[in-house]
Structure formats: structure tokens, C-alpha cells
Design a protein around this ligand. Sequence first.
Ligand code: CA
Length: 285
Amino acid sequence: MQVLLIEDDERIAGPLAEGLARYGYAVERARTGSAALAADEPDMVLLDLGLPDMDGIDVCRALRRRSDVPIIMITARGEEIDRVLGLELGADDYMAKPFGVRELVARIRAVSRRARPGATAGADAPDGAPAGMAEGAAVPGLPARAPGAGGPPPVEAPQAVGPLVIDRRTRQVHLHGTPIALAPKEFDLLVHLAADPGAVCSRREIVDQVWDPHFFGPTKTLDVHVAALRRKLGDPAWIETVRRVGFRLHVPDAVRPSDAVRPSDAVRPPDAVRPSGGAHPAAGA
Ligand code: CA
């Protein structure tokens, strides 16, 4: 598979191109938007948003006007992700720095599958990559993400953390019964924090486990994802910052009362209802 990597930053493009080559991808590199648009059409485009000569979004539009080539945007910051998603410009997926080669390969494979829905699983495997390698499975020579690659992962029951329910099997999250749409990395981050609610997870440990021990770029991305998670969970108190250490997940005090609502509350006589000021502390928080 021919991959066109459009990225001006050598510190990112160099290791990425090397890593992709190890998986058998033929990588062609472009450092500017104009060079990218002049290149032969590849099978897959990896497009950085911040290019020296033009906006990556304009490159994406120009590519999309002339072909259906799958495009994965590479973004540096959370604000850029919002831009990519908000513009709906035809990119097939996006990845926020930092990310590892293993994760990128999984994404390339997923996007290829969507782009060619009729293709067989075997045809999806990039040249030189182990055939039948499942997305997210361990890659020889690289650390496996728990659960190990020895067999199918165990089927887990959804985990409840207060009113928050996390289903690892379906990768769905519900809060008070309402589904919450999380980006893949936001989900992974939540799962990591929820593995031991209340326990502090160090920044290094989170980046290693949720991203990749060989991540590219600053760990600022972690903060961006934490901020996004807090926003989506509706209360920043869900994820507590432990200064100079990391983060921990716990049920905010403000949501505990509604969590404690029991069916008996519904049939409680009206005179037993507490004064309105104290009935729903969450409303005033
Ligand atoms: Ca750049």
C-alpha cells in the first residue's frame, strides 16, 4: 500500500515513515501542501494540519475534489481536532499527536476497510504485516496492550462508577442512562482511569498505556483529552487533577445525590420530600 505522508516536521515525519515502512507500507513524503498536491495519487493520505505553505484543511479539500483517496488528518492540538470535526471536510479519520505507529497502523487498516467495504480481511493486511492481525492486537516486537494477545479478550460486564457505566466490550459509555459519544482516545483514557476509581494515575503511566510508550509529541495532548472528557461528562470534578502527579477518576459530590435516588423515592409521601433547596444539591452546584 502506497502511503503519502504530508508533514513538514521532520521529528514527527521521520520516525513515522520509518515505523510505517517496518509494517511494509511504501511511504512517500511531502513537506508542503503544494508538493502533496503534485504527488502521484497514493492509496492512503496522512495529512498534517499545520503545513508551511498552506492550511492542511485546504489540501484535504483539494484532494477530496479530485479523488476518494482515504485521508487521515494528523492534528497537533485539541482545538485543531474541533476544527477538523467541525468542518466535515471529507477526511476519513483524524489522529491527535502524540500517537504511536501501532495505533496509526490500526487506524489505517480501519479506514482502508471502510473505504473498500468489499475487500476481504486478507487483502486488508499491508504488505509484510502479519496476516489476520486484529486491530489493537499485539504486534511482534511491540508491547501488547492488556489484555494480552494470547487469545480473545475476556468478555467483560459493563462497569458502573456511580451513575457512569462503561462497557468495554461495545466501547459505549452511559451517564445517568444517557449515551455519551467519546472519541476513541477519550474512551481509552476513561477506561484507564476507571480501572481503579479513586486511584491516582500518573501522567507518564497514562501516556504509556493509553497512547504508546513511543509516542510522538508533547503530553499536552493528555490535558486536551482530559478537558474533553470533563466537558462530555458534564462536571470537571469527575477527573481530579493531582498536582505534579496525574489524574484520578471519582464520582463528583454533585452527582452523588441523584445516584442515590432509589425507586422508593418515587412513592415516598409528599410530606417526606425534603425542602426544595436541599432536595437536589446538583441543581445548585
Ligand atoms: Ca506541521
